[in-house]
Every structure is written in C-alpha cells, then in structure tokens.
Design a protein around this ligand. Structure first.
Ligand code: SF4
Ligand code: SF4
Length: 102
C-alpha cells in the first residue's frame, strides 16, 4: 500500500520568481494606494502578502508602493483591511505582466 503525504512544492527564490516574467509598464498605474489610510492600519498584511514585495513601510509610518513590477494577482486587494486604501484595476491592453517563454 502506498502512502502519500501532503503536497509540497520546491521553494523558489524571489530572484528566480522575478526572472520568469516581463513587465510591460503602462504610464497609468493600475493600482494606487492612499498611504494616509495605511498609517492607522494595525495589520499591514500587504507587506508580507504581496509576492513581488511592492509594499515597503517607511520609518514615519507611511507606506511606499510601486505598481511597475506587479504580478496582478490581486492579493493586496484581498488582504487590505483599510477602507479604500487600495484602488485596483487591470492594466490597459498590451501592458502588465507576461510570462517569459523558456
Ligand atoms: S493592508 Fe491596506 S491599509 Fe494596511 S498598510 Fe497595507 S495597503 Fe495600507
Ligand atoms: S496585485 Fe499582487 S503583485 Fe500586485 S501589488 Fe497586489 S499583491 Fe503585489
């Protein structure tokens, strides 16, 4: 009788993850952040939830965000508990993330 354990996946470094994609950056930000809301956010889940590490806390309690290397996964929008902190949309056609061909 074969016994199977829980499914596991190999760990992928941040550099290897980013090396699989290209970003066709639009001049229009598809995600915008009202960082004034972030100052009163107790959880700040976006920092650990974003797989592209695009949310960076500042020493004065604010939050820096850069949309240019976004995977468009929507995780930040799902985990944000700040009312109206994140405005999310897809990039306009021809822009955004694309997987590289191997
Ligand atoms: S979870 Fe939302 S409100 Fe909180 S720090 Fe992140 S973006 Fe700002
Ligand atoms: S959509 Fe995903 S990759 Fe883009 S900022 Fe939000 S969590 Fe990060």
């Amino acid at each position: 009788m074969s016994v199977t354990g829980p499914l596991t996946w190999p760990l992928v470094s941040f550099e290897d993850r980013m090396a699989t994609v290209d970003f066709r950056v639009s001049s229009r930000a598809h995600i915008t952040l009202d960082s004034s809301v972030c100052r009163d956010c107790p959880a700040r889940a976006c920092i650990v939830a974003c797989p592209a590490n695009l949310f960076v806390p500042t020493s004065d309690g604010g939050m820096l965000f850069n949309y240019e290397q976004c995977f468009e996964c929507g995780t930040c929008y799902m985990v944000c508990n700040g009312e109206g902190a994140i405005s999310w949309s897809y990039p306009e056609g021809g822009h955004g993330v694309a997987f590289k061909r191997s």
